[in-house]
Design a protein around this ligand. Structure first.
Ligand SMILES: O=C(O)CC[C@@H]1NC(=O)NC1=O
Ligand SMILES: [Fe+3]
Length: 397
């Protein structure tokens, strides 16, 4: 298949989106065989199906590198209680917060978890997403963490989408271990990680390093076991305070540190040295009405690649739109539209240790998004508008 008469935003790291005006992309066997100026297409690609895109923009398909789309129930009533003036404590006492999602997730069957996740994944696919990461972390015991990860894998079996799974047993201390975080880490979190790994369900190990979650010392125990099992790590770090999570992630060569509202220039330097990606999550900042923005300039100056993701979860970021995440990353955190688009393509692929997608380049998967826009900046510019014309997944439209 040969796509012609398109503006290509290759996102290959060259300036200005890697733009190619009047470009063309040749696709063979699900892979990008050639991409470049239309007047230089090699003759061998003229033989197959030719599709004239009438000047539309073509980007790599989008990648959401941080989601909790598999979860039971929702927290709309909690949202309402907060807006009626209830404090977090009153919400928690009423059974709200992560604990309420844990109860709903434990009560749901695997099929029910898949069905509810697919409603959110379909919204993502409709915006041109081809790859997404899905975390566990609402089961908080072996059986339910495995159930979540199996549901995540089932999403990829039921939709034209790729899924990378992250084990997030270190997300919260479950009610039955209240006040016994160390015991939970040793008796459940690490045990469940081993079982999930044995079943081939884990692409990365994540954790929530925060005062309301786990200490750096507890995260170290999980990361040490992940290292022994040969599994890469990532970390929710510096979201509500600075506990040294970003530096800890860097010490373990983490794929990414995520949230980072309270990260410092020193954290950025450590992440740059480790090659860790800064995953920027404006949905949680917006929902929690945070005031400290991530140090985008520090990441820029240190050369830390920045990704942007939805953090789609029922509490702090009940958002399924990567396009809206891009707009928020620009408007709230002053990322540029080009940085935001790199954040949901090339850098998001890097945060998931994927080297076969995220750019328009020969040899990479033919995962493409074709847009009814003239310039790539329009993708971050509009609020709540989806200009997708067509998504191509593995060469198929
Ligand atoms: O509220 C929830 O359900 C998840 C909160 C979410 N989890 C995390 O590690 N950071 C967050 O903001
Ligand atoms: Fe998260």
């Amino acid at each position: 298949m040969l796509l012609i008469n398109a503006t290509l935003a290759t996102m290959d790291g060259s300036p200005a989106y890697g733009l190619v005006e009047q470009g063309a992309v040749a696709i063979e066997n699900g892979v990008i065989a050639w991409a470049g100026p239309g007047q230089t297409v090699p003759a061998r690609f003229d033989a197959g199906e030719v599709i004239d895109l009438d000047g539309r923009l073509v980007t790599p398909a989008l990648i959401d590198c941080h989601t909790h789309v598999v979860h039971g129930g929702n927290r709309a009533r909690e949202f309402e209680m907060r807006l009626e003036g209830a404090s977090y404590e009153e919400v928690a006492r009423a059974g709200g917060g992560i604990v309420s999602t844990v109860a709903a997730t434990r009560a749901a069957t695997e099929d029910e978890l898949v069905a509810s996740a697919l409603t959110r994944v379909d919204a993502m696919i409709a915006e041109g997403v081809s790859t997404l990461e899905i975390k566990s972390g609402y089961g908080l015991d072996t059986a339910n963490e495995l159930k979540m990860l199996r549901a995540a894998k089932a999403v990829a079996a039921q939709r034209q989408v790729r899924v990378r799974t992250s084990y997030l047993g270190a997300h919260a201390v479950p009610p039955e271990y209240k006040g016994r975080g160390d015991a939970y880490i040793d008796e459940v979190c690490i045990t469940a990680l081993e079982a999930a790994h044995a079943e081939g369900l884990v692409d990365a190990v994540d954790g929530f390093c925060e005062g309301i979650a786990f200490t750096p010392e507890q995260i170290v125990r999980v990361f040490e076991r992940a290292k022994e099992l040969g599994i890469p790590v990532k970390l929710h770090a510096e979201q509500l305070s600075n506990l040294g999570g970003a530096k800890l992630a860097a010490e373990y060569g983490a794929l990414s540190a995520d949230h980072l509202e309270y990260a410092t220039a020193d954290d950025a330097a450590a992440m740059a040295k480790a090659g860790s990606v800064a995953v920027i999550l404006p949905g949680a900042f917006y929902t929690l009405r945070e005031t400290a923005a991530p140090p985008i300039n520090a990441f820029r100056e240190a050369g830390v690649p920045m990704a942007v993701a939805t953090d789609c979860n029922p509490g702090s970021s009940p958002m399924s739109s990567l396009l809206l995440s891009m707009n928020m990353a620009c408007t709230l955190f002053r990322m540029t539209p080009e940085e935001a688009l790199a954040g949901v393509t090339r850098n998001a692929a890097r945060a998931l240790a994927l080297d076969d997608t995220g750019m328009i380049a020969p040899g990479l998967r033919a995962d493409l998004a074709i847009w009814n826009v003239e310039h790539p900046a329009e993708l971050a510019y509009r609020i709540g508008f989806n200009p997708l014309f067509k998504r191509i997944f593995g060469g198929a439209s």
